[in-house]
Design a protein around this ligand. Structure first.
Ligand SMILES: Cc1ncc(COP(=O)(O)O)c(C=O)c1O
Length: 451
């Protein structure tokens, strides 16, 4: 493709109005929300970049599939369609549907982990970390030092530190590590991809020590496209072939179909281990539902079955990755510090460098996110000291792009608003906590400006 203009590879058949508000209205709503953008009403947001999770637009094929949904309690046709689609891509023996990714995580860790265990990952996502800790195990992030520097340009900044993995196994012993996880792409680490070479190396270490490897596969299609673009030897392969090769390196996966499943709800857990699958299904029945629906309607299973395949379409992936990069490069060229290079689903602004006068204890990421809302009604999310407390490695503001929802002119508007906030960054103040929950505190925290 030689044209410069990025076009959406779809036409729009149904539209949803978004609402303008005045700055005075936004000041009032932000106060009511205690400066926590999770507590805003969606109707008070103009461009919602809070998450790319479950916020995508479905295709005509998915909507048609919804009408085909078989709502039988057991053995529905839709489950078999779902299973075929998941197995076509992952190749795993057992496919267990769940209502979303964290339900798959809870079941996986409940069955495999106990107090004293350690779960290594390139970077645990917040729900993954919380679910590991909830069963009394320890979640360890093994990101190489250079990947923690936002400004460093590396093609595969989501890679796991292989030497650190070997050292951890040598130090604590194989018996304390029930599984290793690899998150593709690495969401909390900046939406950065993992190379096939790195995934192969992680897999080899796991095989050597007989430790199962599970992929946190939420953005497997975007990761596959980055491999196609950046890793020697993959340029002529399809995203699907690349994804299949990566899944073959593991023993199973957890998946939130709200991302590269292109659905508004759904997830799954896969494993090749018959015994584990039996235990996982028992737990599934207790809390999610019968193994052929796992907390989903038949129509949801259809939407995921179709969406998984659509996420691997090359025209779509080309546009998706180019549009995200466009947002990143247009703010970075004016000096806005971002995690480089731009990731697949989101742009991460380095709030520590954006607001050097705001210390981590005053949540620079939350303060910056609040300003983007005040300036232009944009909702983003902090990934830093509020989300991870002492475990925070960076102070980031994530602008996550919902799939197939916003056009390039929406993206141009976001660029304009960020640059306006950048101009007056010296006047932005930090925030202090006035309430926090015992875990996952960022969802419900209340804050106030420091005086
Ligand atoms: C890497 C990663 N893992 C797991 C999850 C959890 O998925 P869900 O929100 O469907 O529970 C997310 C969600 O954002 C994620 O980004």
């Amino acid at each position: 493709m030689s044209t410069k203009t990025i076009i959406e590879p779809f036409r729009i058949k149904s539209v949803e109005p978004i609402r303008w508000t005045t700055r005075a209205e936004r000041e009032a709503t932000l106060r009511v929300a205690h400066y926590n953008l999770f507590l805003l009403e969606a109707d008070d947001v103009l461009i919602d970049l809070l998450t790319d999770s479950g916020t995508g637009a479905m295709s005509t094929h998915q909507w048609a599939g919804i009408m085909e949904g078989d709502e039988s309690y057991a053995g529905s046709k839709s489950f078999h369609h779902f299973k075929r689609s998941v197995q076509d891509i992952t190749g795993y023996t057992h496919v267990i549907p769940t209502h979303q990714g964290r339900a798959a995580e809870r079941i996986l860790f409940s069955v495999m982990c106990k107090p004293g265990h350690i779960v290594p990952n390139n970077t645990h996502f917040d729900t993954t970390r919380a679910n590991v800790e909830f069963v009394g195990a320890e979640a360890v992030d093994l990101l190489p030092a250079e990947a923690r520097q936002p400004e460093t340009h590396l093609p595969f900044k989501g890679n796991m530190d292989i030497a650190a993995l070997e050292q951890l196994i040598a130090r604590v012993g194989r018996e304390r590590i029930p599984l290793v996880m690899l998150t593709v792409t690495n969401n909390s680490g900046g939406g950065q991809p993992v190379s096939m070479e790195n995934a192969k190396a992680v897999s080899a270490v796991c095989r050597k020590h007989a430790i199962p490897l599970y992929l946190d596969a939420c953005r497997f299609a975007e990761n596959a496209y980055f491999i196609k673009l950046r890793e020697p030897g993959y340029g002529d392969k399809t995203p699907k072939q690349i994804a299949q090769e990566m899944f073959a390196l593991g023993d199973g996966c957890t998946m939130s179909a709200k991302k590269d499943g292109m659905a508004n709800i759904g997830g799954f857990l896969c494993t090749n281990d018959d015994l584990l699958a039996r235990q996982q299904k028992d737990l599934l029945i207790l809390t999610e539902g019968y193994p052929t629906y796992g907390g989903l309607a038949g129509r949801d299973l259809e939407a995921v079955a179709i969406g998984l395949q659509e996420s691997l379409d090359e025209d779509y992936l080309r546009y998706r990755i180019a549009s995200t990069a466009y947002l990143g490069s247009h703010i970075a060229e004016h000096g806005v510090p971002i995690v480089q290079p731009p990731g697949g689903h989101a742009i991460y602004i380095d709030a520590k460098a954006f607001l050097p006068h705001v210390p981590a204890a005053q949540f620079p990421g939350v303060a910056l996110a609040a300003e983007l809302y005040l300036e232009g009604g944009i909702r983003s999310v902090e990934i830093g000291s509020l989300m991870f407390a002492a475990a925070a490695k960076m102070e980031l503001v994530r602008l996550a792009i919902p799939r197939r929802v916003y056009t390039q002119s929406h993206i141009d508007y976001v660029v304009e608003i960020i640059l306006q906030v950048w101009q007056r960054r010296a006047q932005i103040r930090g925030l202090r906590l006035t309430y926090e929950a015992p875990f996952l505190r960022h969802f419900t925290a209340r804050l106030a400006p420091v005086s």
